[in-house]
Design a protein around this ligand. Structure first.
Ligand code: NAP
Length: 300
């Protein structure tokens, strides 16, 4: 381990990964990207990133750190440790940094398998959404060895504003699970407030403005308040991903015998939306569950 990291890889150029990888390029790092669906690499290539044709090519490209930003734990495991996976092609001492949201134990298992091959691992899930990823203002929650964290710190500073080392591998994901409980319950509150406002005839624009200026102000209200009233359910953060995250949180809570009833209700509403065909919609589609129960429509 020596000197600052100048050469990095990025795997997973979805809603979050594309923006984050772009900020690594912007920071002057030599960035090589790989995405399962190759067409999604074009935007990064236009911004100056090199594109690897395979995981093997990326693994052998001399990157000192390689980020991942994939849907879930099984995807991260498959890309790193599955047949033809990245790990087999990495030099010892390479740092793997996982920006995906996965379970704390999944992160620990992956880290242990990588450690056996001399590869370092940091779990580094993020919060702040697509806008935070694009603008480099993410909140990043890091778990892993402190010396490895300090080595990765300049990279985190290129993609986020709030960067916190929470302890050993898995603690970043543990913090992210807590984050998602707060987000889910907050979104539930925003949806219920919006539903009540609709039924009582409160002007939607004024409601969003007033609540945003007082004790009910929140990121969920700011991002989704107006969209809920407009019926704009396009995804920034998909229902299916939030269900994955609330599942992670519930399993963690079960292990410590803690009931999370608010998060369970948020999960129940999102599951109903998913089962009705809305798994790919944005999480603000939780509002549909309120529409069903209250027998009304926010728009149209
Ligand atoms: P997304 O747009 O659906 O992108 C998912 C990425 O994962 C795509 O690049 C996809 O490749 C890749 N992928 C999935 N399964 C794969 C597999 N088996 N092998 C290889 N690649 C695979 O998702 P996202 O919204 O960016 O979210 C990514 C992660 O960030 C998730 O863990 C999510 O929970 C977390 N997150 C999201 C947000 C948000 O606001 N969106 C905020 C914070 C955290 P293809 O292009 O080939 O499909």
């Amino acid at each position: 381990m020596s000197g600052p990291i100048t050469k990095v890889g990025y795997i997973g150029l979805g809603t979050m990964g594309a923006g984050i990888a772009g900020n690594l390029v912007k920071a002057g790092l030599a960035v090589t990207v790989w995405n399962r669906t190759p067409a999604k690499s074009a935007g990064l290539a236009a911004r100056g990133a090199a594109v690897a044709g395979s995981l093997e090519e990326l693994g052998r490209s001399g990157c000192e750190a390689i980020f991942l930003n994939l849907s879930d734990g099984p995807a991260v495991h498959e890309v790193l440790l599955g047949p033809g996976g990245l790990a087999a092609h990495l030099a010892r001492g390479t740092v793997v940094i996982d920006n995906s949201t996965i379970g704390p134990q999944e992160a620990q298992q992956i880290a242990a398998e990588l450690r056996g091959r001399g590869i370092e691992f940091l779990d580094a899930p993020v919060s702040g959404g697509q806008a935070g990823a694009a603008q480099g203002t993410l909140s990043i929650m890091v778990g892993g060895d402190e010396a490895v964290f300090l080595r990765g710190l300049p990279l985190f500073q290129a993609i986020g504003k709030s960067i916190t080392h929470l302890g050993p591998v898995g603690m970043g994901q543990a913090c992210k699970a807590c984050n998602q409980v707060a987000v889910g319950c907050n979104l539930l509150g925003v949806c219920e407030a919006a539903a009540l406002a609709k039924k009582l005839g409160v002007d939607p624009a004024k409601l969003v403005e007033v609540l945003g200026g007082g004790g009910a102000a929140s990121q969920q209200l700011k991002n989704y308040g107006a969209k809920i009233f407009a019926g704009d359910l396009k995804p920034g953060f998909a229902v299916k991903l939030m269900l994955k995250d609330l599942g992670i949180a519930q399993r963690a809570a079960d292990e410590v015998a803690l009931p999370l009833e608010g998060a369970a209700l948020a999960e129940k509403y999102l599951r109903a939306v998913a089962e009705a065909g809305g798994a790919e919609l944005g999480t603000q589609a939780m509002s549909r569950a309120l529409e069903e129960r209250g027998k009304f429509r926010f728009s149209g």
